[in-house]
Design a protein around this ligand. Structure first.
Ligand code: PXG
Length: 450
């Protein structure tokens, strides 16, 4: 297992960047960042190295994606070999072996009959593809009135127009006009009053799924195409589904002929200690969107898994007709396929999904030891995911957690924050002593901020 950071003498001197202006940074306070930049220049295993030569323990697997740890040579050499052999080949009315072989392997890994794989290049594209497949599915079966999509408050499904329409984070929606019509939202499942400091799945809240019945009755089931949720909501600040909640969503969807889509961009590829959230929770969706961990973050890739019957429904027309008018230039890109194959090899050879599962209770105990740390009002966990909610500073929401992020970074730990919630999701190769260090750094940090 890759463990230590690169030796200091290997640290490449980065030329001083004279100007940071041109890069319009995503989801970033550009002016604040550019005044005090935090720049990484290399990465290995559990660690980044900054441009000023400091080692940073990665508490977030990059952005929830580097599940096997950084710069795994198996992956980087597979990418290099593929780039040399064939850089690009189209997949529209043409093909190359990469995506066929990868899809077959993924189908074997996925639960149930999620056997058909549509490739995209990001989580956002995977989500939009899943929504479009759901709508087209009802169309090809002659149920063209089923056009409504149901998301959930606080849901994050990327930044495409489909994703922000079904998503439930106000700041990601309010700037961009009316979005998709005919979308409704389930209530989110966060409740400090009922569930604060729950370990694993909270016991309160399954009944929130019943709100779907109300929405279905309001619009009439014959108008509803699909429900989309993250099995565990990550970006919004780690909301763990209440026990039986997802099962209830599944049975309501079944009752009314509504497709259930799981957005497993974060929960896919071992994050919860099983391959996918669908397995962990024992609930099979009709469609699943993934990205991130599929290539260990090394090359962008997203995918949609569809159950057999869904694919078959499209294969009924004339043989020469294109069945789905959707796809990306880079669907099944050779470099992404090579990276994904090598990534799956590592997951398998090192048993990383199981490793995450066996570390989960250590992780839980370590995180919950912060219960008495200053400002902490809730701690949530599942698999190798953790959320620590801080009490917001009066009149300055988000600032306390942002200061924690800056201080942690100065102390050599990378965390993510959203609002006043700290989110943690280390690579699945994390060692116990590194978990201890994360918790110690967090405690020290929380003690030093007001
Ligand atoms: N669905 C889910 C559930 C996600 O978490 C996306 C879709 C979109 O994926 P792309 O690849 O288009 O970004 C995501 C992405 C954070 C954070 O800090 C989370 C994501 C992206 C960036 C930051 O929690 N998730």
């Amino acid at each position: 297992m890759i463990e230590s950071a690169i030796a200091p003498q290997q640290i490449q001197e980065l030329q001083t960047l004279s100007n940071l202006d041109a890069f319009w940074m995503p989801f970033t306070a550009n002016r604040q960042f550019k005044a005090h930049p935090r720049l990484m220049q290399s990465a290995k295993g559990m660690y980044y190295t900054t441009t000023d030569g400091r080692e940073i323990l990665d508490g977030t697997a990059g952005l929830w994606c580097v599940n096997a740890g950084h710069c795994r040579s198996q992956i980087t050499s597979a990418i290099a070999a593929q780039a040399t052999k064939m850089d690009f080949a189209p997949t529209f009315q043409m093909g190359h072996p990469g995506p066929f072989a990868l899809a077959e392997r993924l189908a074997a890994l996925l639960p149930g009959d999620l056997n058909r794989v549509f490739f995209a290049n990001s989580g956002s594209e995977a989500v939009d593809s899943a929504l479009k497949i759901a709508l087209a599915y009802h169309n090809v079966r002659g149920e063209s009135r089923r056009t409504r999509l149901i998301g959930r408050e606080r849901g994050y499904h990327g930044v495409g127009f489909g994703g922000i329409s079904v998503g439930g984070i106000a700041t990601n929606r309010k700037w961009f006009g009316p979005l998709l019509p005919g979308v409704d939202h389930l209530p989110h499942t966060h409740s400090l009053a009922n569930n604060a400091f729950s370990k694993g799945q909270p016991t309160w809240g399954a009944e929130l799924a019943d709100d779907l019945e109300r929405i279905v009755a309001l619009h009439d089931p014959s108008t509803i195409a699909a429900v989309i949720v993250e099995p565990l909501a990550g970006s919004t600040g780690v909301l763990v589904p209440p026990k039986e909640y997802l099962q209830r969503l599944r049975s309501i969807c079944d009752r009314h002929g509504i497709l259930l889509i799981f957005d497993e961009v974060i929960t896919g590829f071992g994050r919860l200690g099983r391959g996918f959230g669908a397995e962990y929770f024992g609930v099979l969706p009709d469609l699943m969107a993934v990205a991130k961990g599929i290539t260990n973050g090394a090359v962008p890739m997203g995918a949609v898994f569809a159950r057999d019957y869904l694919y078959e429904a499209f294969m009924q027309g004339p043989e020469g007709a294109i069945e789905l008018f959707h796809g990306y230039t880079y669907s099944g890109h050779p470099l992404a396929c090579a990276a994904a194959e090598a990534t799956l090899d590592i997951y398998e050879q090192e048993g990383l999904f199981e490793r995450a599962g066996s570390l989960a209770s250590y992780w839980e105990t370590a995180l919950h030891s912060l219960r008495d740390a200053p400002h902490v009002i809730d701690i949530r966990n599942l698999g190798l995911v953790g959320g620590i909610e801080l009490k917001p500073r009066p009149n300055a929401p988000g600032l306390r957690a942002y200061e924690a992020l800056v201080r942690c970074f100065e102390s050599g730990l990378l965390i993510r924050t959203t609002g006043d919630i700290i989110a943690l999701s280390p690579p699945l190769i994390v060692e116990k002593h590194q978990i201890d260090r994360m918790v110690e750094t967090l405690r020290e940090t929380l003690m030093t901020i007001d």
